[in-house]
Ligand binder design. Sequence first.
Ligand code: NAD
Ligand code: UDP
Length: 339
Amino acid sequence: MSDRDMKRIGLMSVSAKRVLVTGGAGFLGSHLCERLLGFGHEVLCVDNYYTGRRQNVAHLLENPRFELMRHDVTFPLYVEVDQIYNLACPASPIHYQYDPVATTKTSVHGAINMLGLAKRLRARVLQASTSEVYGDPTIHPQTEAYWGNVNPIGRRSCYDEGKRCAETLFFDYHRQHRLEIKVARIFNTYGPRMHPQDGRVVSNFIIQALEGRPITIYGEGKQTRSFCFVSDMIDGLAGLMETPSEITGPMNIGNPAEMTIRELAEAVIAKTGSRSKLVFEPLPSDDPMQRQPDISFARRIMGWEPKVTLSEGLDATIGYFDRLLTAGGHIGSAVGEAS
Ligand code: NAD
Ligand code: UDP
């Protein structure tokens, strides 16, 4: 039966899939749900609203191919889908350190539950891993072959080690149960719908600049990061999911344009025309000194590379936070707001 015939009798097109996105009401998850609906898929968005918000996906609720479910991935989930994107996990340091035990449980039990679901369904499953698996890296830029330099007992360990253990589980399910897996190592990503109080550097600096408050640089601001705009990240994640089954990753996805945190602060001040002053505060423990993805693997396999410049990305993100502040100044609570 052709796609056209399928549509005529009210069935989905053969290429359209039922896709589960855990953490779908979060920053990246909401953009991913939007993109997958745009591809014609049915999307089941699962979230417990720990750091995500219903308002991030409110505009998708009218779409008959979109379904929203409150669920905590540390508990088993019984649904029928063709693909799974596992994004559920608090991602910003203040959020994942708020309840570190819950963070590790979400990464590890969440991975076990999603892998178990994928195994029952023989579904392809993608894990949102992180550049944090490299810890405070001793090689630069970071390639996927690097095993990392992670403190197992520090404040960031609940996240770093939880994500590392999730990667182990993904590869063991692949080897032991022949599961089709994709592991994406996501580097710092920013853009509209970041949680305004998640304490991440881009949202912090923009909100501080817009409100004319001091820009808080931790340490001397010499540490580096490489910032990827959200639309490029979503291209990368959706692209990785569609790679041939022998491609498992791990695959770095991020923007290699590296800069110091001080340079970022200056860029935000220049863009917003703010009079905010820079203030220097203590560097949090285990804060990585440098981070830059080597994206040769993603380039070679998917022909993927970021397209959005920092200048364009900052314009879009500043516009988003400006509208949010103008709309009443409510920027929510740090964790657990379910609005
Ligand atoms: P986010 O906090 O906006 O999104 C995470 C989502 O997961 C939220 O909607 C939250 O409510 C949900 N969640 C948390 N615990 C849950 C649980 N137990 N059950 C169900 N839902 C739960 O963060 P984000 O930036 O969108 O990150 C998404 C994913 O990408 C995370 O796994 C994160 O580790 C990974 N990642 C993000 C970045 C980045 O820079 N944004 C970098 C590296 C990795
Ligand atoms: N940072 C900062 N001021 C802030 C927030 C963060 O200087 O108000 C620094 C932080 O110490 C780190 C970098 O910016 O070196 C990126 O921090 P973020 O929390 O965004 O991400 P991560 O550390 O997980 O890469």
